[in-house]
Write a protein that binds this ligand. Structure first.
Ligand code: SF4
Length: 469
């Protein structure tokens, strides 16, 4: 079934004393597994300066099982989980990306999408005869870093110079044998935060990774900010002056991030509850129960229930043993296995009217396939409520939203969509309500995929030229 796919997840750790840096990275990557299930990698440094990077396609537990048995205590590690948009899910494209050069030995993990990647790559190939080993835009960052290190021989300044060259979305963690640099693009599209684990400093895409390794959250990295920490714990900060394009991806709040994370001071769980409450206020509807589509619709459904006073109840039982990489072998089998992942809970819903809350509608086929079995099991009424506005535009900043022509809201009215998916009524969350959730905490969201207005102009244009990270 077509849903929006997640982002990548990144993590870094640096400690004055050797510790199980790779082990912590693996645990953190497991906590960030929801951001990417196609590949994972960890890089660390043995004997002070030997870079070891272990990465492969697959889930965290599979990729690192053997590696962790043999890896010694080290001071620095960086990790990555990856989601790719199309067929290029190869080990070459997994991260961290390593650089071993006379001026720079490092491992880099990137979450986001560089919108001027094609242009930069063309310039580098033509000008300097650079050879690229991946189809991944992250390698461009490594190449630029080497160029800047040759010029200024200072990792912080070199990374800062690269931040000024790159356009688009990037949260970065760069590890060298004695330092970690973390940086976030000037719009702050993707999250990145810093924590403390004893004397060690940690960085992660989401704060849930800190909870899972016993680290304390310290703060978010600000848009346009670079922070470096060396082994002694010494901190250096550089900030880009113009961050007026601020725009945290609102889809992090709607769907991508874990509910137990806080991003830029806002609890993802509370944001989702509020989305549900707003939906309930937007269009009060009578029903026996409020149900959420597992897992992404559950928090908003609870919010709807709390606001409306209509009891919250499960509508589906989820098969916990079907991985996200489940491959549906043929159309015929696909048709027969639509309920393999979510099966309606007949005892709860038969003869009842329900308000069903989901996070988004992409092509409409998922909603249609979800509502039909509910009807088959005797549900009286299904009122579908969506905790986001209608998708109408592509994303250039690293979220795998379908092309505009495949987005159902682009060629059907809300009433037509409602009829097509077989719901009794359909309501999307208003854009003003969505942005208000961020505004209350001083957060400006990117809402480009709903409005077509992006925080920055997209010069590259073709989001599929490189793999998203
Ligand atoms: S266009 Fe949509 S998915 Fe992409 S960064 Fe903006 S809000 Fe997020």
């Amino acid at each position: 079934m077509r849903k929006i796919n997640e982002e990548c997840g990144i993590f870094g750790i640096i400690s004055p004393e050797p510790l199980q840096a790779a082990g912590y990275a693996a645990s953190a990557m497991l906590a960030l597994q929801h951001r990417g299930q196609e590949g994972a990698g960890i890089a660390t440094f043995y004997s002070d300066d030997t870079l070891i990077c272990h990465k492969n396609v697959g889930l965290v537990n599979d990729v690192f099982r053997d590696f962790l048995r043999h890896v010694p205590c080290t001071n620095v590690a960086v990790g990555h989980v990856r989601y790719s948009t199309t067929g290029n899910n190869t080990v070459e494209n997994t991260q961290p990306i390593e650089t071993v050069h006379s001026r720079l030995t490092c491992a880099l993990a990137h979450n986001g999408n560089i919108t001027n990647a094609a242009e930069l790559r063309g310039q580098m190939v033509n000008r300097g005869g650079k050879v690229f080993h991946t189809t991944n835009d992250t390698e461009i960052i490594n190449m630029l870093l080497i160029d800047e290190m040759i010029k200024c021989r200072n990792l912080e300044q070199a990374t800062f110079n690269v931040m000024n060259i790159l356009e688009g979305a990037f949260s970065l963690v760069i590890a060298t044998p004695d330092k970690i640099v973390a940086a976030r693009d000037k719009c702050g599209f993707r999250p990145l935060c810093m924590g403390k684990l004893g004397k060690a400093t940690v960085f992660a895409s989401e704060s849930c990774a800190f909870d899972c390794i016993g680290a304390d959250f310290v703060r978010d990295i600000e848009p346009g900010e670079l922070i470096s920490i060396d082994r002694s714990g010494k901190e250096k900060i550089l900030k880009q002056k113009d961050t007026s394009c601020r725009g945290l991806c609102v889809f992090e709040m709607i769907y991508i991030a874990r509910s137990d994370s806080f991003i830029d001071g806002l609890s993802v769980y509370n944001a989702r509850l509020e989305m549900g409450r707003m939906l309930a206020r937007q269009k009060p509807t009578k029903a026996d129960f409020v149900c959420g589509v597992p897992d992404s619709g559950l928090d908003a459904a609870l919010g709807y229930s709390l606001e409306s006073g209509i009891p919250f109840a499960p509508a589906f039982v989820k098969n916990r043993y079907m991985g996200r990489s489940f491959i549906e072998p043929s159309q015929q089998v696909r048709e027969r296995t639509v309920n393999a992942k979510l099966n309606p809970l007949r005892a709860q819903i038969e003869g009842k009217s329900i308000i069903l809350v989901d996070d988004s509608i992409v092509r409409g086929t998922t909603s249609e396939r979800m509502i039909k079995p509910l009807r088959d099991m005797g549900v009286k009424e299904v009122h579908l409520r969506i905790s986001s506005p209608p998708f109408k535009h592509p994303c250039y900043f690293g979220t795998d939203i379908d092309s505009a022509e495949n987005l159902i809201a682009n060629h059907m009215t809300v009433d037509e969509i409602c009829q097509k998916i077989g719901a009794d009524s359909l309501e999307y969350l208003d854009m003003d309500n969505l942005t208000e959730i961020g505004a209350k905490k001083g957060i400006k969201f990117c809402t480009g995929c709903f409005t077509g207005k992006y925080p920055i102009e997209v010069s590259g244009g073709d989001k599929h030229k490189f793999d998203d990270n």
